[in-house]
Ligand binder design. Sequence first.
Ligand code: ZN
Length: 327
Amino acid sequence: MATTTDAADTDKAAFAARLKEFEGREVGAPEVGADPVNQPMIRHWVEAIGDENPVYVEPDAAASSVHGQIVAPPVMLQAWVMRGVRPRPSSGGNARDELMQLLDDAGFTSVVATNCEQEYHRYLHLGDHLSTTTTIEGVSDEKATALGVGHFVTTRVDYRTDDGELVGTMRFRILKFKPGTGRSSSRAQEEEEAARPRRPRPALTQDNAFWFEGARQHRLLIQRCKRCGTLRHPPRPMCGECRSYEWDVADASGRGTVYSFVVNHYPQVPAFDYPLAVGLIELEEGTRLVANVIGIDPGDIRIGMPVEVEWVDHDPDLTLPAFRPEK
Ligand code: ZN
């Protein structure tokens, strides 16, 4: 038995050493940005994001700012060297492809992105033209994670101007892992059933605690302004109609309609069943709330469908309303 373990350890060490050889290798040829930093792309970006900082779009405001000119939002960094919808022809094999193939062949066929860090060395100005070089910065030893045993691979992308000035760096980490080796799919399936992960806790505040307390008692409450009677949800301190801070609650009938909905397939969070139907339910009292839609094939859910509340006690501390088609 000990011998087998030693042999396995030796194999692992040998494999890890092969992976380490990739550290420091550059991945393919540099990628060159299609367009220099430009105002239209910045404008579309900040409008989509909802960032109203004038230094990105208003020349006068930018000129009188610390920047002295228009700058690009730092988080747009990746946008300046993206490949676009139609990828250019591949420049052939590269170190990253080789590394991925090596991991695939060893059974680490699944992949998940784990984190991304960006460093900005200076603000980008209109006309800056960027290109990137990508380097495999690190390959970890074998790690046991909740998803499975695997190796973390970190690549570093350096963003440079045509003059060679380093203006930004991005580190992107993935986990290449063996499917079926994680905690959720091990032979401890029965244990897992017994200790099913609990649903995430709501963020309780002094404004919304009454609502979740009501749910524990299977009461669907709607906050009501004491002065003008306007109903509101989600809970908040002040009436939007008359600005009164005085409020009490009304009990909802529990009947409503599906105002909108999504059916979530991925990413799958352990405490939930998938496909997961999440509805925006319009109560007959007029307020809307987000809740799971149950008792129906998610493919059959329709906007406007009449629904009624059904209380789901997820665990001793958490009861939430769900909605099923009205009988
Ligand atoms: Zn009011």
